[in-house]
Design a protein around this ligand. Sequence first.
Ligand SMILES: [Zn+2]
Length: 395
Amino acid sequence: MSSRKASATNQGNGLSNGNRERGHLELAELGPLLEEKGDQGPSSSANADDPPCTVTQEEEEEEVRVLTLPLQAHHAMEKMEEFVYKVWEGRWRVIPYDVLPDWLKDNDYLLHGHRPPMPSFRACFKSIFRIHTETGNIWTHLLGFVLFLFLGILTMLRPNMYFMAPLQEKVVFGMFFLGAVLCLSFSWLFHTVYCHSEKVSRTFSKLDYSGIALLIMGSFVPWLYYSFYCSPQPRLIYLSIVCVLGISAIIVAQWDRFATPKHRQTRAGCLLRPNPEGCCLGVQHCGKRVFLGLGLSGVVPTMHFTIAEGFVKATTVGQMGWFFLMAVMYITGAGLYAARIPERFFPGKFDIWFQSHQIFHVLVVAAAFVHFYGVSNLQEFRYGLEGGCTDDSLL
Ligand SMILES: [Zn+2]
């Protein structure tokens, strides 16, 4: 009898080490949620991260000793069920970075205010209206999405008399708006369901990255269309290169290792600051280069245009000032995101608002808007010329 009990204890201990650690982690994750159940006084808030206990420590230890594996599993299932039920009800609380599971750990300078893992889409979407580390990221691109959807519809509904070649020009503008709307909606969706589960997070992360490629591709189309209006051959070549690079970037974004949130720093950071610790290795190295190549593929047509038209014409009629501003905004945003500024200097102070990723999001929307403004000016210039081409101009 006693030997049987001893073997059960051994079994219990044997299974633990790995499993128990996971069990502790789960308890730590569930703690802030389960706490609501026990009607505890304000004194409990000092220890908000500890799992609540209705039994004493000794009793619990005694219980663990006699628990067999199936019983432990049963208890874990019950806890999970309770947790899922509370999440479904929207009764969850933000948790600190330390207790996040690995797949949700992304930026260790954001110390508190994280959503717990919530395997329910309903709960994720309801969390849009709660305050946590992703609230700013969701809303910056949700509002950006509404803005570009509205601008896109306005442009499409504009009377044809304002265009030289209405159908063609609307298709060209449509590509830009499609890229922007898809990019921004993939982004806010990703940030919304990021905490659902590892699999969902990874899937939407791939969409998020594909969206960036779509925005870059879509932005090139109207710019190349109007800037090289009178030289169709280079226009076709540049457009083809952008399409090949854009599609390559989308393919690269589907690779698991590239789109894993864990590698946040390597994703954007590698572009600017290659580091020797495996940052620029294998898939990510290759993937980064494809995205970098896509972004930089604007340099050649820009130089071509500026040399052919002259600096003055390029910056006035050619709107190069606006496109330069746009590039500076994208690069600044990516740089802040990669370096995790400002939260790096004040850990825990930008958990909810003004963290690097939010600034990056705002700069993306602003840059896309500046691009739209520049392209609209090019369109107006073309309309003012009544479609005619002169021999000595690309524009
Ligand atoms: Zn984002």
